[in-house]
Ligand binder design. Structure first.
Ligand SMILES: Cc1cc2nc3c(=O)[nH]c(=O)nc-3n(C[C@H](O)[C@H](O)[C@H](O)COP(=O)(O)OP(=O)(O)OC[C@H]3O[C@@H](n4cnc5c(N)ncnc54)[C@H](O)[C@@H]3O)c2cc1C
Length: 398
């Protein structure tokens, strides 16, 4: 018997959770889905296989007008957090690499200027970034400073008219084709972490792309070297006075959205698994008729609902504390790991082929579990809030 639960006869919407999304936004979501099914789905896995960014899709993404600000202004429209969540979900439902591109361009780089920049900087950059005419990246992580990013070693030395940036950044999405880089560096005089908009073509900037990645293959993660790169004074983002008022502000706002990347993959995995269980026959019957198969599918649905509710609730909190977003990001990505693994298993051998989506999502989920704070670090952020004692630092040093 076909499922009659939920609001739309969609088996994934078993508890009618889409009723938590305002109708106009849900329609927008379905329009985006339809467009992505038409122009992304048929080609994206060719790029995944080759580990190339799909530049041919940029003009189509521009037409969808996916990027915006908290408030309309500087030539940009308003895109509320729930709409961003829906966009991330729909992109990840097809390819988490594309969803991650949205995180980096919109949630991290554009957001750094929106949250930390002054009016001149916003006028100069935001519209072109929102229109995807200016691609950008967010350069925080360093070869020796990953989880420990607040100890970053890249320096900004004050000189006449600006700063000289020196150091290395690693894992920086979009780095090799960005026009501008938002770079976090330590002021050599104040010793505080500050933020700078760096022209990617400035003398002294060089990028090599990290090769042979098995997750988020279309995302081009760069290793950037800055050798005494001059940045004019007016390119410093003035609200970033230190780590807490700089990168932390941006990461806290972005971390609320990242669970929706995981959710998109959980939803996409459920969809392929549910379909396969009805179509694939073994021992003379659909494999979905076997109890073991049904249990795994139901487990995916259970995780999905738990993850959806936590992620949705986070977006509706009037003020979201970092320990709350850390809880949801860590738990949803952990549940996402389970879901994608189960879907891969349900698809048997076909589950390891790119076209089946399942294995691609399983590998991509490893990156979501890791970026914007690993599962461990986000868990420790929540643990500190619960117990009142930070547990980040080892009691001994080598
Ligand atoms: C695909 C991808 C895209 C990324 N994109 C960007 C980007 O665009 N811009 C950017 O700036 N960065 C980016 N990153 C970097 C990302 O944020 C870091 O990978 C992440 O912060 C973890 O740092 P690390 O990889 O150096 O791991 P490490 O910090 O070296 O951690 C290794 C292991 O040790 C554990 N660990 C570390 N410290 C502790 C502790 N105190 N207690 C317990 N366990 C601990 C971690 O949980 C992890 O399991 C990206 C990473 C990936 C994989």
């Amino acid at each position: 018997m076909a499922n009659q639960k939920g609001s739309s006869n969609d088996p994934l919407d078993f508890l009618a959770l889409t009723e938590l999304i305002p109708p106009a936004l849900n329609r927008r979501r379905l329009e985006i889905r339809s467009a992505l099914e038409t122009f992304v789905r048929p080609v994206i896995d060719n790029y995944v296989e080759k580990a190339e960014f799909p530049f041919e899709l940029v003009s189509k993404l521009q037409e969808l007008k996916l990027f915006g600000l908290d408030e309309e202004g500087f030539g940009c429209k308003r895109v509320c957090p729930l709409e961003k969540a829906m966009i991330l979900y729909e992109l990840a439902r097809i390819d988490a690499g594309l969803s991650t591109f949205y995180v980096v361009q919109g949630g991290l780089a554009l957001r750094s200027i929106e949250l930390l920049g002054n009016s001149q900087q916003k006028s100069k950059y935001l519209k072109d970034m929102a229109d995807l005419k200016l691609i950008s990246c967010f350069a925080l992580t360093e070869p020796n400073r990953g989880s420990d990013a607040s100890g970053l070693e890249t320096t900004a030395t004050p000189v006449k008219g600006g700063y000289l940036i020196t150091g290395e950044k690693r894992w920086i999405g979009n780095a090799n084709f960005s026009g501008v880089m938002v770079v976090y560096a330590r002021n050599t005089v104040s010793r505080d972490v500050e933020a700078f908009v760096v022209n990617s073509k400035a003398p002294g900037v060089s990028v090599s792309v990290i090769q042979r990645k098995l997750a988020l293959r279309i995302v081009q993660n760069g290793h950037i070297t800055f050798k005494a790169v001059f940045v004019p004074e007016e390119e410093k983002l003035e609200k970033a006075k230190n780590f807490a008022t700089g990168p932390n502000v941006v990461l806290n706002s972005s971390r609320i959205m990242v669970p929706w990347v995981a959710l998109g993959m959980m939803g996409g995995s459920f969809e392929v698994a549910c379909k396969y269980l009805k179509e694939r026959k073994q021992f003379g019957a659909p494999i979905g008729s076997y109890q073991l198969m049904q249990e795994k599918l139901v487990r995916i649905l259970g995780y999905f609902n738990a993850a959806f509710l936590q992620s949705w609730k986070l977006l509706t909190l009037p003020k979201c504390d970092a320990s709350q977003s850390a809880l949801v990001k860590s738990q949803v990505s952990a549940m996402g790991r389970e879901c994608t693994k189960l879907a891969r298993e349900l698809l048997g051998g076909n589950g390891i082929v790119i076209d089946s989506y399942a294995m691609k999502a399983m590998l991509d989920m490893e990156a979501i579990y890791t970026y914007e704070g690993t599962y461990d670090i986000n868990t420790l952020v929540t643990g500190r809030a619960l117990i009142g004692i930070p547990a980040f630092k080892a009691s001994f040093k080598l």
